[in-house]
Design a protein around this ligand. Structure first.
Ligand SMILES: [Zn+2]
Length: 56
């Protein structure tokens, strides 16, 4: 029961993040919430998996 509650909390939190914006890497196809994405000095989001910066 506790495991299900944890899963539901994770699912709901991720869904709420997707409403804001989701980062999709065109290089490796990784997707992540923008809140977990780092930005380089030009302001572009940087993929945490392959390190490629997206320009739009
Ligand atoms: Zn990537």
């Amino acid at each position: 029961m506790e495991l299900i509650t944890t899963f539901l909390k994770f699912f709901v939190s991720c869904m709420s993040f997707e409403w804001v914006s989701v980062y999709d890497c065109a290089h490796c196809g990784a997707s992540d919430c923008t809140t977990n994405v780092e930005y380089n000095r030009f302001g572009y989001p940087v993929c945490r998996r392959c390190g490629t910066a997206r320009r739009n």
